[in-house]
Design a protein around this ligand. Structure first.
Ligand code: NI
Length: 263
C-alpha cells in the first residue's frame, strides 16, 4: 500500500531514515508521496537520500501556506520559483502541499490566497495534481478551486478533518479526500463518518508523518509504516477488509499521481 502524504525529508528523520524506510517496507508499504517545501533548500538536499534509499517514493513540491509570506514583496516570483523547484527534483508528480491556513495565519491571508492561486496555475500548466492543505479556510479554499475551473486541476484534500458534507463538497468538485491518523482519535466521530462516505475511487490514506501518529502510537514520532493503522480504521468504518482498502487506495493513488507526468 501507499502512504499518500509524508515528510520523509524532514530533519527529524535524518539519522533514522534507513530504519524508517525499512520498517515501512516490512509493514507492506511499498511507496509514498513525500512533500517538499519549495522554500527549504535543506529539505531539497535531504530528498536526494530519500530517493536513493526508497526509489518508489514520489515527490510533491510546493510553497506551504505557512511559508507564503516569503513571497509577500515578490508575488510575481512564485511561479518561476515553484517551477525551478519541480525541475530540480526528479520524481515530482504533484504540486503541494499548497493551500490556506487561517488557524495559524503565519502569512497574511491575501498573500496566502495569491500564492495558492499562482501555484494552482503552475500545476495546471505542468499537468500535475495538487495536494491541498486547508485549515479553518474551507469556504475560501472551495471558492478558489471553483474559480480556476475545477476539476481541470485534479488533486487531494490532504489530512481531511471535515465532516461528511464537506467531504462530499470536495468530491463534487472532482477532488480526492485523504485521511490521516486523526481518523483514529477518540473524538473524531465526524471524520470517521466522512471516511465511511467517500467514494472508493476518491479515497486515500496518509500518515502526514512525522506529525499526527495514529492511536495507539499517539505522542510518538509518526512514520510511514503506520499508514497501515490508518487504513485499518478506515476499513473498519467502511465495513471493508484491510486488504480491500489497501488495494483500492493504492490503485487510486497510482491513477492520481502518475509518475510519467513530467514537468
Ligand atoms: Ni503535510
Amino acid at each position: 500500500m501507499i502512504d499518500s502524504h509524508c515528510h520523509l525529508a524532514d530533519e527529524v528523520f535524518e539519522t533514522t531514515l534507513d530504519e524508517v524506510i525499512a520498517r515501512a517496507r516490512r509493514a507492506g508499504v511499498d511507496g509514498a508521496l513525500c512533500m517538499l517545501d519549495a522554500t527549504n533548500p535543506d529539505e531539497a538536499s535531504r530528498s536526494v537520500r530519500v530517493a536513493a534509499l526508497w526509489p518508489a517514493v514520489r515527490f510533491a513540491v510546493g510553497v506551504h501556506p505557512h511559508q507564503a509570506g516569503v513571497f509577500s514583496d515578490r508575488l510575481d516570483d512564485v511561479e518561476a520559483h515553484v517551477r525551478a523547484a519541480v525541475s530540480a527534483r526528479p520524481g515530482t508528480c504533484a504540486i503541494g502541499e499548497i493551500g490556506l491556513d487561517y488557524h495559524y495565519d503565519y502569512a497574511p491571508r491575501d498573500v496566502q490566497r495569491e500564492v495558492f492561486r499562482r501555484q494552482i496555475q503552475v500545476a495546471s500548466e505542468l499537468g500535475h495534481p495538487i495536494v491541498i492543505h486547508t485549515r479553518e479556510a474551507d469556504d475560501d479554499t472551495f471558492a478558489m478551486l471553483g474559480d480556476v475551473g475545477a476539476p481541470a486541476v485534479p488533486g487531494v484534500f490532504h489530512c481531511f478533518t471535515g465532516d461528511a458534507a464537506t467531504a462530499q463538497r470536495a468530491v463534487d468538485l472532482g477532488f480526492h479526500v485523504s485521511f490521516s491518523g486523526i481518523v483514529s482519535f477518540r473524538t473524531a466521530e465526524a471524520i470517521r463518518e466522512a471516511a465511511a462516505a467517500v467514494p472508493q475511487d476518491r479515497l486515500l490514506v496518509e500518515t502526514d508523518s512525522p506529525y499526527l501518529a495514529p492511536v495507539p502510537y499517539r505522542g510518538k514520532l509518526n512514520e510511514p509504516a503506520w499508514v497501515v493503522r490508518v487504513a485499518e480504521v478506515v476499513a473498519e468504518v467502511r465495513g471493508q477488509s484491510l486488504v480491500e482498502v489497501q488495494a483500492q487506495t493504492t490503485a487510486t493513488f497510482d491513477a492520481l499521481f502518475r509518475p510519467g507526468r513530467t514537468s
